[in-house]
Design a protein around this ligand. Structure first.
Ligand code: PGA
Ligand code: ZN
Length: 407
């Protein structure tokens, strides 16, 4: 039986150039390395990452969290089999003592939680997705390659432009992952060819999607529709949105597209967009506590309604959304809850209640591709990891190509 001999941690930088944590769990025969991502449009109910709030890196340093791994978490876990994930996660949760993991830091806890899974998989000589498939929460699920949701235009908190909607996604509908990736990439480049002569700019936002000097949601949707047609994928690629509506909700009103909406008016607006652009999925259409309007949009639109800031990968929040019939799909982000065990509990709760699950990256990412393996093990059929552009996004998509080839 392998046991944890050592745990190392260091401060590294993420794709936005902000500090984050990389941890290594070392056993007699293996090393498991994992790093944690960081959100920009974080839900207020998420687990809390620990930041130094000192002069370094404008307060964003994670040296305290790194020290917590070295001085508190390591002594707690040395000698334990890294495959005892539930026990390891529970020990860290208990030691932290806060529901939101603010003492040790959800970033410190998650880095170790994920690195343990990697170390255990390596000691068993298994691919990570195979190893994760053995978890009790997932034993009844078949491994499948997920369909990618490519975020090709960035707005909201991920861009400096005036577009309020955070993510405009294209969703190819081919059976193989490599065909979906190819479609996503070809459309992305056609979009660039359309944008450049029009606006002169082809800069990208945090998730690799283009930043556009536009103001209205419909202008972007029209542009995407023409890129899909021009690339020859008409009828084979759908459109989806992540509104991240909490980011444009101020003083009890939604400030979108230069207009001010109440929730009912916004709902009507969404229904028009869904019909006109055949949207197949909308994430966070209302602010993060509006369970009721999420539910109304779900019944009145009939399309996939994804909970992200609303549900924050937290079983308690998900149960609330289940009771209110607010969503049909859970966005699963491991760092919103802070341990692998709890993230899998969240997925199981969603599946058991007839929801779908979409695995997700964060806007601040590293080259860690853990979520690609997680999506395959979950057999959830959907992943969003940004545009088919930028190394930290492609790390996930390229890992899926690799899994598709060997699986
Ligand atoms: P975030 O954005 O990582 O900045 O929270 C992703 C999302 O809202 O889905
Ligand atoms: Zn979101």
């Amino acid at each position: 039986m392998p046991t944890i001999r050592d745990i190392r941690a260091r401060e590294i930088l993420d794709s936005r150039g902000h500090p984050t944590i990389e941890a290594a769990v070392i056993t007699e025969h293996s090393v498991g390395i994992a790093s944690v991502p960081e959100g920009a449009s974080t839900g207020k109910h998420e687990a809390k990452e620990l930041r130094d709030k000192s002069k370094r890196y404008h307060g964003l340093g994670v040296q305290k969290a790194v020290d917590n791994i070295r001085n508190i978490i390591k002594p707690l876990l040395v000698g334990i089999d890294p495959a005892r994930q539930r026990e390891i996660d529970s020990l860290m949760i208990e030691k932290d003592g806060f529901k939101d993991k603010r003492r040790l830091g959800a970033n410190a806890i998650l880095a170790v939680s994920l690195a343990c899974a990697r170390a255990a998989a390596a000691s068993e000589g298994k691919e990570l997705y195979d190893y994760l498939s053995q978890f009790p929460q997932l034993t009844k699920r078949a491994q499948i390659l997920p369909c990618p949701y490519f975020n090709v235009v960035n707005g909201g908190k991920h861009a400096t432009s005036k577009i309020n909607i955070q993510e405009f996604m294209i969703v190819p509908r081919f059976t193989s992952f490599h065909d979906n990736l190819r479609a996503g990439s070809e459309i992305y480049h056609v979009l660039k060819e359309i944008i450049h002569p029009k606006y002169g700019l082809t800069g990208v936002g945090d998730e690799g999607g283009f930043e556009l000097p536009l103001k209205k949601t419909e202008e972007v949707l029209r542009l995407l529709r023409s890129a899909i047609t021009k690339a020859g994928y008409s009828g084979k690629v759908d459109l989806a949105l992540d509104c991240a509506a909490s980011s444009f909700y101020q003083h009890k009103k939604y400030h979108l597209d230069g207009r001010i909406f109440n929730a009912e008016q916004l709902l009507q607006y969404y229904l028009q967009l869904i019909k006109k652009y055949k949207l197949i999925s909308i994430e966070d259409p209302f602010h993060e506590d509006d369970l009721v309007h999420f539910a109304q949009l779900r019944t009145r639109s009939g399309i996939q309604i994804v909970g992200d800031d609303l549900t924050v990968t937290n079983p308690e929040r998900i149960q609330l959304a289940i009771n209110n019939k607010s969503c049909t799909c859970l966005l699963l982000k491991v760092n919103q809850i802070g341990t692998l065990s709890e993230a899998l509990d969240a997925a199981k709760l969603a599946f058991d209640n007839g929801w779908k699950v979409m695995v997700s990256h964060r806007s601040g990412e590293t080259n860690d591709s853990f979520i690609a393996d997680l999506a395959v093990a979950l057999g959830c059929g959907m992943i969003k990891a940004g545009a088919p552009c930028r190394g930290e996004r492609l790390a996930k998509y390229n890992r899926l190509l690799e899994i598709e080839e060997v699986a």
